[in-house]
Ligand binder design. Structure first.
Ligand code: CP
Ligand code: NVA
Length: 338
């Protein structure tokens, strides 16, 4: 029996594996749109264990699995024993006997790694405190579709909390694929030095470039894409907001920030969810508290023709489907009839 093909963190990936996933996702996307997709995973069942809320990732796993004929069980924290009265190891051993693969979203990277160690089936990281690898795959596919040039010629500048999961995954996956990835953030919110070092090493091999800086103008100059994420991530205390707003205000993406790239074709990316207006409880609260209507991005940029956020969201599903196929379908059949 072959070893399970997990997706735990971007740093484990190779350039060849990412390109294979993007190609497979593209073929599966075309097949779905043409109505020619063939269900390859009909004898499979997957479990989604989510300790944190999700709109896109959960839906993407569910639709991807269902399109491919697989059964899905969603397990929320309140309805399982994991971590409360049953260890992660025991949970992994049990679910591994029932399911063909397990997606996990939660607070600690260590949990997804433990699941992978003991489940005996593929485990996929659906977001942890450190990494969000399925997001980065969708980001790469979206840039590849919309850049009008090869990814090795693309520059993307992420502005905001550069220390979070989305920034780390973007940096690492971008570096592996040879992109020019810039993280613009105050020094206290730069990615971990170890992540920067690993990305720099990958960029040396791929021909890419990486940069982590607090100098906004040098980071955004000429960028093909500006990317941002929420300023306080799930699992972080609300008390962080005061310091984050103060530190990150200069990094907010608005029309002026787009203009500062000097590139009239710069496009906008966001993993979502986004605080871009005051139609949500959080948006209203932050508007009242800090006078920001639209926090990490202004509403006009979010809704502008330069914004690719909903294309990105759709691509979560196509790329996750590729991940499921890569792990669960034998390699020689994967693209047959796509
Ligand atoms: N981008 C993302 O992971 O969205 P969800 O939190 O809705 O899954
Ligand atoms: N950095 C965000 C991403 C949400 C998709 C978080 O972890 O909450």
């Amino acid at each position: 029996m072959r070893d399970p093909i997990h997706l735990l963190k971007d740093i484990d990936l190779t350039q060849a594996r990412i390109l294979e996933l993007l190609e497979l996702a593209t073929q599966l996307k075309i097949a779905k749109k043409q109505g020619t997709e063939r269900a390859r995973l009909s004898r499979n069942n997957i479990a989604l264990i989510f300790e944190k809320p999700s709109t896109r990732t959960r839906s993407a796993f569910e639709v991807a699995a269902q399109d491919q004929g697989a059964g899905v069980t969603y397990v929320d924290p309140a309805s399982s024993h994991m971590g409360v009265s049953e260890s992660v190891e025991d949970t992994a051993r049990v679910l591994g006997r029932l399911y063909d693969g397990i997606a996990f979203r939660g607070f600690q990277q260590a949990t997804v790694e433990t699941l992978a160690r003991y489940a005996g089936v593929p485990v996929w990281n659906a977001l942890t405190d450190l990494w969000h690898p399925t997001q980065a795959l969708a980001d790469m596919l979206t840039m590849r579709e919309h850049a009008g040039k090869p990814l090795t010629e693309v520059s993307v500048c992420y502005l905001g909390d550069g220390h979070n999961n989305v920034a780390r995954s973007l940096l690492m996956t971008g570096a592996l694929l040879g992109l020019d990835v810039r993280i613009a953030a105050p020094a206290v919110l730069h990615p971990d030095p170890a992540a920067v070092e690993a990305a720099a090493h990958a960029a040396t091999r791929s021909g890419g470039h990486i940069m982590a800086t607090d100098d906004i103008d040098s980071a955004v100059r000429g960028a093909d894409f500006l990317y941002t994420d929420v300023w306080v991530s799930m699992g972080e205390p609300d008390s962080e907001w005061d310091a984050r707003v103060e530190a990150l205000r200069p990094f907010r993406i608005d029309a002026n920030m787009l203009a500062r790239t000097g590139n009239p074709k710069t496009q906008f990316l966001h993993c979502l969810p986004s605080v871009h207006d005051d139609t949500t409880t959080l948006g209203r609260h932050l508007h009242e508290q800090y006078g920001l209507n639209g926090v990490e991005v202004s509403d006009d940029v979010f809704r502008s023709p330069r914004s690719l956020v909903f294309e990105q969201a759709e691509n979560r599903m196509h790329t996750i489907k590729a991940v499921l196929a890569m792990s669960l379908d034998p390699a020689d059949r994967r693209t047959e009839g796509c």
